[in-house]
Design a protein around this ligand. Structure first.
Ligand SMILES: [Cu+2]
Length: 178
């Protein structure tokens, strides 16, 4: 009789232990994903190749061409300072218009690109999509240029893209504020 009691106690203890360890595993998994989701966006800058060789400047000069490319795709600026961005469309094809749209950190460029293609223009985007846009130049035709000023309040990686429908796939880059 005693043996049976010992066995059932041992069994209960085993069940409790295995159940407990199961909970611990679940908790640690949640902790890891939570930490990844709340990772500060400025740590993303560490993963950008070539950043150390980019000069720090609060003045950005960009051009875009008929091949749907920007001349430069990585810039380094001071967080909290006024940034001046000048963009020139150096193409010659009348149908090839471009802009530069600067986005909040963490914006999904693919999603916004698709929404812009459907909406035809950033003016027609939803309020949610518009809230992801910090600043943008006007849509420029061949030979035209536009200049804008804006501030990137916090250190982090701010993506920029051309919002002409379909262009974002080859026309996007990063502004790293530090
Ligand atoms: Cu474009």
């Amino acid at each position: 009789m005693k043996k049976i009691i010992y066995l059932s106690v041992a069994c209960a203890a085993f069940l409790f232990a295995s159940c407990n360890s199961g909970n611990k595993q679940n908790n640690s998994t949640e902790d890891t994903s939570g930490a990844a989701a709340t990772m500060p966006s400025n740590s993303a800058a560490a993963n950008i190749p070539g950043l150390s060789s980019v000069a720090l400047s609060d003045t950005i000069h960009l051009t875009g061409n008929d091949q749907m490319h920007y001349n430069q795709t990585l810039f380094k600026v001071n967080a909290g300072k006024t940034i001046t961005l000048t963009f020139k469309n150096v193409g010659t094809q009348a149908s090839m218009t471009h802009d530069v749209t600067v986005l909040q950190p963490g914006t999904n460029v693919d999603t916004l690109g698709i929404h812009v293609a459907l909406a035809k223009s950033i003016d027609n985007l939803s309020a949610t999509d518009k809230s992801q846009i910090i600043a943008h130049t006007k849509m420029t035709g061949p030979g035209q240029e536009d200049s804008i000023t804006f501030t990137l309040p916090n250190p982090g990686v701010y993506e920029f893209m051309c919002t002409y429908p379909g262009h974002y796939a080859s026309m996007h880059g990063n502004i790293v504020a530090q």
